[in-house]
Each structure stands twice: as structure tokens, then as C-alpha cells.
Design a protein around this ligand. Structure first.
Ligand code: SF4
Length: 453
């Protein structure tokens, strides 16, 4: 018993200061939060699940839809009471709610927030916690870079090393495409690719920390490198990553049909570590709506690319995104989206109800004229259709054996993914973390499968 008391005291002492990170939105935000966590742990903070018991609280926000923005503002408002009770609490507002031009406005509206950080930029928080102004930091760049490893290095927090099997790795920041509805170019700025040597260094470092699968992130990932000297391509990056010994799997998202090249399909086909899974948003199944969205392709062109992918790969999964209720979308145009999905038969559709985002072309120039109830009805039609399609696709796995990379055990069951990104659960007393095992599929549903290993 005395030993237990010593252990508890020791834990309390070394736990010291704590941080809590609340993350909303896309995988890019998830990767950024992990990077902030790694930097905070280098400063001696340890993770906490509760904002109430933390010394630093980071809100990493998303504004891609009105509902996400409302959620972030609700969370921010609720933290005010906590800050009033504990003035030493450091509040950091990060991500798209701050965006490229929004820090000053945010400061006026939320004066109780200590630090505002643009998306993918943990420097302001680290500077603040180090008690330094940005100017002073310039003289001490080395020290800060030691904390962040390098300007854009993505590494794991100490608490996750050896435990995290699958990691997200941003390779393209921002977007220069300017789809009519999308706020990302306004909030995250123009497209910037990271040099391949930086990405490779991060990937090697993640692999050395026990990561088995990396997912490369970019708003238009297949445009990777077009803005860099020598224009390295995504396929050449994949070929280099494929040579990292201890990595088992590589994925990438999100693709845009206009840049889905033969060269990229060759790389996915030829490289054993690159998984046959494509995230390819269609956004609408009607040409006039696609033109209004400024997407840059027709339904026919999109379906032809998907046909090409399916003809090339015997095993492949395709996920897509679709917006319902875009300004002016008539019932007939919505039906075209339904028909397009029936032809496409994607493994997954991320469906969203249109909401106007300030500053975007559609918010400035198009009336949000599809009533909310009608958007919800269309949303449900797509959800039901997708559930039927996914159930049918997944049934084909029943009785087959497929390689699954297992990630973690939860409530007695191991959770992993097939090469096609299907979620698989399996009971096993063995330690399957980070292992690829042939799994015999014994049950399938629309969103997951059960297997025996
Ligand atoms: S491609 Fe379009 S939807 Fe995607 S991030 Fe860029 S502007 Fe937004």
C-alpha cells in the first residue's frame, strides 16, 4: 500500500501542468492538433481530457459549415466562465475561425482569449507560453524550432509514441481553386505544397515512432508539387514514401478529378504500400449546378474517371462528397445527383446540406433559396441511398479473407481497416496493434464488419 501512495504522489508531481485540445473539422485540423500536443509535451505539459482541470486549453476550430462554426463559438463562449474563475488559464483559439484575416476581429469579440493562431500554425501559442514576443523569438528561433522540430515538422506527442498506428501528414496547405461555396481558400490561404524532403523526413520520423500507416493530406492532394521548383508530383512522392521500410500503408486525400493523372493511377497500382482507396468528391450530379459551384468538370467527365479507376483496379474503394440544397438546385437537379450516385456506387458519400459561408462567391451572389426542410429531406434521401449501396458492397466481403491493419483495442475488440478503408472489429487475446493480419469476415453491415483472426 505505501508503494501505491508513493506512486500516486509521483504521478501528481510529474503530471504538473496540463493541456486540453478540442478539435473540430477535417483531418488537417486533427493533424495540427497532434502537432500542438507534441510541442506542448516538449514544454512539459501533459494531456488532460477535461478543460476544467487544464492550464492550457486549445480550441482548434472549423467553419466549413454554419453548424461547425456555431459549435466552435458555443464552446468558446462556455470557456469564458472557466477563464473568469481561473485567470491563469491560457486560452488559445486556433484554426479556421481565426483564419488568414480574422485575428483582429476575433480579439475584439473574444478579449478573454489569450492567443489566436491561424490554421496549421502552433507558433503563437508556443511563443506565448515561452513568454516571448514574436520579435524576441526571431533571436531565439533555434529554441522554438527545437520545440516544434522544424517549421512544418509533424511529429507525435511523447504520450502517443509507440501507440499510434495511423497518422495524418499534411503535405499541401490551403487551396487556390475557389469553388463557389468554399471558405477554405479564404481561411487557409492559397495552395502551398511542402517540399518532398520535408515530407519524407516527417514520414521517416513517424515510422521511427511506431507509425505503420500515414495518410497524406491536401485539399487537392493530386495537385501536390505544382507550386514547387522542379514540380515534383504526388506519384513521385508516393514512390519515395513506399521505400520507407517500417511503413506498411500509405493513403492520400482529397483528390480532384481534374488532376487524377495516369501517372498517379500507375503509382497506386504499382506500389504495394499505397492503398487502393480514392476520396474523390463529386459535389453535385447536375452539370448546371456543377458550373454554378465552379467545380471545373461535368458529371460525364467525373463518371469517366471513376470508370477508368474501376477498370484499372480489381479491388478499390471510392468515397465521395455531395452537397444538397446548393442555391438554385431544383428537384430535378437533385434527382440528377441521386442518379449520379446510383451510377457511381461509391463506398461512402459524405453528404452536407449547403450553408452560405461569409465571403464566398455563392454567399455574395446567390440566394440560399432551398428551404431547410427540403435540404434535410434531400440529405436523408442521399443517406438512405448510400446506406443501401454500402451494405451491398460490403456484403461481397462476407466469407472472404482480407488483410487488416489493426490499430487499437476498445471494449475488448480490436479495431482495424482493410486496404479499402473498411472498418473491421475482431476479438483476440493477442496484441494486434500495428499488425497486418488476414482476417476472415464473418459479418458485414453498412459501416463496419466483424472478422476472426
Ligand atoms: S477544391 Fe474547392 S471545395 Fe476543395 S478546398 Fe478547394 S475551394 Fe474548397
Amino acid at each position: 500500500m505505501p508503494n501505491r501512495i508513493v506512486l500516486v504522489l509521483f504521478t501528481v508531481i510529474i503530471a504538473g501542468v496540463k493541456y486540453h485540445i478540442w478539435t473540430e473539422g477535417c483531418q488537417m485540423n486533427a493533424a495540427d492538433s497532434l502537432r500542438v500536443a507534441a510541442a506542448l509535451e516538449k514544454l512539459g505539459y501533459s494531456a488532460s481530457l477535461r478543460a476544467e482541470e487544464s492550464d492550457v486549453v486549445v480550441l482548434n476550430t472549423c467553419v466549413v459549415r454554419q453548424s461547425a462554426e456555431d459549435k466552435a463559438i458555443g464552446r468558446l463562449t462556455s470557456l469564458k466562465a472557466l477563464k473568469m474563475k481561473n485567470p491563469n488559464l491560457v486560452l488559445n483559439l486556433m484554426g479556421c475561425l481565426v483564419g488568414i484575416r480574422g485575428a483582429a476581429e476575433m480579439k475584439e469579440r473574444y478579449p478573454y482569449v489569450d492567443v489566436f493562431s491561424q490554421p496549421s500554425d502552433p507558433h503563437p501559442l508556443i511563443d506565448f507560453l515561452s513568454g516571448l514576443t514574436r520579435q524576441q523569438v526571431l533571436d531565439r528561433e533555434r529554441q522554438i524550432e527545437d520545440i516544434l522540430d522544424a517549421d512544418f515538422a509533424y511529429t507525435l506527442p511523447d504520450s502517443r509514441k509507440g501507440r499510434m498506428v495511423s497518422a495524418l501528414l499534411p503535405v499541401v496547405f490551403g487551396c487556390s481553386h475557389a469553388c463557389a461555396y468554399c471558405v477554405i481558400p479564404l481561411r487557409r490561404g492559397q495552395e502551398i505544397s511542402r517540399p518532398p524532403q520535408e515530407v519524407l523526413a516527417d514520414a521517416r520520423s513517424l515510422a521511427a515512432q511506431g507509425v505503420k500507416e500515414i495518410t497524406l493530406l491536401g485539399q487537392i492532394i493530386d495537385r501536390y508539387g505544382l507550386d514547387l521548383p522542379g514540380t515534383p508530383s504526388l506519384s513521385s512522392l508516393l514512390r519515395d514514401l513506399n521505400r520507407i521500410d517500417s511503413l506498411e500503408r500509405i493513403r492520400f486525400l482529397t483528390s480532384h478529378p481534374n488532376w487524377m493523372s495516369e501517372e498517379l493511377l500507375d503509382a497506386v497500382d504499382e506500389l504495394p504500400k499505397v492503398m487502393p482507396h480514392f476520396e474523390l468528391p463529386i459535389q453535385a450530379g447536375d452539370d448546371a449546378v456543377l458550373r454554378n459551384m465552379r467545380r471545373g468538370y461535368s458529371v460525364e467527365q467525373f463518371l469517366r474517371i471513376v470508370e477508368k479507376i474501376r477498370a484499372r483496379f480489381s479491388t478499390v474503394s471510392i468515397a465521395t462528397d455531395l452537397i444538397v440544397g446548393f442555391p438554385g438546385e431544383s428537384e430535378a437537379q437533385f434527382e440528377h445527383s441521386v442518379e449520379a450516385l446510383k451510377a457511381l456506387r461509391p463506398d461512402m458519400t459524405h453528404v452536407a446540406r449547403y450553408s452560405p459561408r461569409p465571403g464566398t462567391l455563392s454567399a455574395r451572389t446567390m440566394a440560399d433559396d432551398v428551404p431547410d426542410e427540403e435540404k434535410m429531406r434531400r440529405f436523408r434521401v442521399i443517406e438512405d441511398l448510400q446506406e443501401r449501396i454500402t451494405s451491398e458492397i460490403n456484403q461481397a466481403y462476407l466469407g472472404t479473407k482480407v488483410p487488416v491493419l489493426f490499430e487499437e483495442k476498445n471494449k475488448g475488440r480490436w479495431r482495424g481497416r482493410t486496404s479499402t478503408n473498411k472498418l473491421v472489429f475482431a476479438e483476440s487475446a493477442q496484441d494486434l496493434r500495428g499488425q497486418v493480419r488476414d482476417a476472415a469476415i464473418t459479418w458485414t453491415g453498412p459501416w463496419s464488419m466483424i472478422a476472426v483472426v
